[in-house]
Ligand binder design. Structure first.
Ligand code: S3P
Length: 468
């Protein structure tokens, strides 16, 4: 097997973060991002995280060999690869970075001997819990300190209705054991929160359930599960319910056929370079091969409303998803009220939108985003603290935030709280502040965007370790 070595190194680093006293660990190095006068060039960002997780999972459930190119080789996704291997699928990396997956078929997962550690990844653990719920095996799940704090009852509640049993900590938190049911009950479940993870967990449990399993989503969330499951040969029907949203129904026990999946660049990663180009005077950046599924592009729409110059060039389809090259040129931004119904299509982008807002003229109002409090960190609190420390006026609300734009000072050290997007957002902030911005830990960036610092420095950023 040709496995990428960095995973084991990174896992080692994570698990030795709070070591017993006898082990010596090198301290985490803080980085700083200094103001720059120029930013420009052409880049490609790594593969889409959501699609990468799903490609590995569906490949593991197909009968035969699937191949995946452009897979995100970030720690979150590599943890999912390790998890499906522990369930019996074969996952191998070819020399060119293409992964091949020999699936075990729906119903074919075998009980893992080890606890599955999903690290920092909410998507990984919640979707895998859906699969575990309707296989008659027991799987133990855990994650890092950030993931162990996050609520799992949003998936355990519907999955228990289907017949799975869970033993977890208070609030259904990890570590948690799932005992899957041999006789799953098909359900119709209305999402209490707009969450593609919850929708997907139920639909994936429905794969090994006889008859139809439906999820009703009042607000549309990313539809990669639906698109990719269809490509693998499952029957997935979407019904428009008018005011009530839409129902997604999967017919159980299909035979999934192996596929060749091409993963487009992640719009959530492209977002950081795009905002960098919006805030550095004179900047022009081309980001090639970015997924522009309309349920993911709320940030670009919002930035355009704020006055940004963002063009989609060379529109095409890759792997069943719309793709384009994004060309972003600096132009002054103005604050707006972001429509709250747009939140699901840009839920991961609020930290970097806050950075754009800090440089806009006037105030940017963001509401209906209480979900940000249960991401890898409490992102509303983390951004409010970070921006305030850099001299930006911020009003934090229980489910939103108002950012008063201007000319941020910078000059602060930010705690990133095990959250990749908080780290990247503040490194982008530093590019256009008066003084450098420091972040305490860049290690978690590798969960979603390996190579972020090198890529940004290639465009002209000045991101470097803080000298002792
Ligand atoms: C994801 C869904 C979102 C998002 C996460 C990826 C997915 O979470 O924040 O990064 O791949 O389904 P929620 O569904 O909980 O909003």
């Amino acid at each position: 097997m040709v496995e990428k070595p960095p995973l084991s190194t990174k896992i080692l680093r994570r698990t030795t973060r709070h070591p017993p006293p006898s082990i010596t660990v090198s301290p985490v190095t803080p980085f700083r991002s200094a103001p720059v006068k120029k930013l420009g060039g052409t880049i490609r960002v790594p593969g889409d995280k959501s699609i990468s997780h799903r490609a590995l999972m569906f490949g593991a459930l197909a009968v035969g060999r699937s191949t995946v190119s452009g897979l995100l080789e970030g720690e979150d996704v590599l943890r999912t690869a390790a998890a499906v291997r522990a369930w019996g699928a074969r996952v191998e990396r070819g020399a060119d970075g293409t992964y091949s997956i020999d699936g075990v078929g729906i119903g074919g997962l075998s009980e893992p001997a080890e606890v599955l550690d999903l690290g920092n990844s909410g998507t990984g653990v919640r979707l895998l819990m859906g699969l575990a719920a309707t296989h008659a095996i027991t799987t133990f799940f855990t994650g890092d300190a950030s993931l162990r704090r996050r609520p799992m009852s949003r998936v355990t509640v519907p999955l228990a209705q289907m017949g799975a049993r869970f033993t977890g900590r208070e609030g259904g938190r990890l570590p948690l054991a799932v005992t899957g049911t041999a006789n799953p009950v098909p359900i119709e479940y209305t999402l209490p929160v707009a969450s593609a993870q919850v929708k997907s967990a139920v639909l994936l449990a429905g794969l090994n359930t006889r008859y139809d399993t439906s999820v009703i989503e009042p607000e549309a969330t990313r539809d990669h599960t639906e698109n990719l499951l269809r490509a693998f040969g499952a029957k997935v029907v979407v019904t428009d319910l008018g005011q009530k949203g839409r129902a997604i129904t999967v017919t159980g026990q299909p035979e999934l056929r192996p596929q060749t999946v091409v993963v487009p660049g992640d719009p959530s990663s492209a977002a950081f370079a795009a905002v960098a180009a919006c805030i550095v005077p004179g900047a022009a950046v081309r980001i090639e091969n970015v997924g522009i599924n309309r349920l993911r592009t709320g940030l670009f729409e919002t930035l355009r409303e704020m006055g940004a110059d963002i063009a989609y060039e060379n529109r095409r389809e890759a792997g069943g998803e719309p793709v384009a090259d994004l060309v972003v040129r600096h132009k002054g931004l103005r604050g707006i009220e972001v429509p709250s119904e747009r939140a699901p299509s840009m839920i991961d982008e609020y930290p970097i939108l806050c950075v754009a807002a800090a440089f806009a003229k006037g105030k940017t109002v963001m509401r209906g985003i209480g979900e940000l409090r249960v991401k890898e960190s409490d992102r509303l609190a983390a951004m409010a603290r970070g921006l305030s420390a850099c001299g930006v006026m911020v009003e934090e609300m229980p489910d939103g935030m108002i950012v008063h734009g201007g000319a941020p000072e910078g000059g602060a050290r930010i705690e990133t709280e095990m959250d990749h997007r908080i780290a990247m957002a503040h490194l982008v902030l530093g590019l256009a502040c008066k003084q450098a911005v420091e972040v305490d830990d860049v290690g978690f960036i590798d969960t979603s965007f390996p190579g972020f610092i090198a890529l940004m420095n290639g465009l002209g950023a000045d991101i470097a370790p803080v000298k002792a």
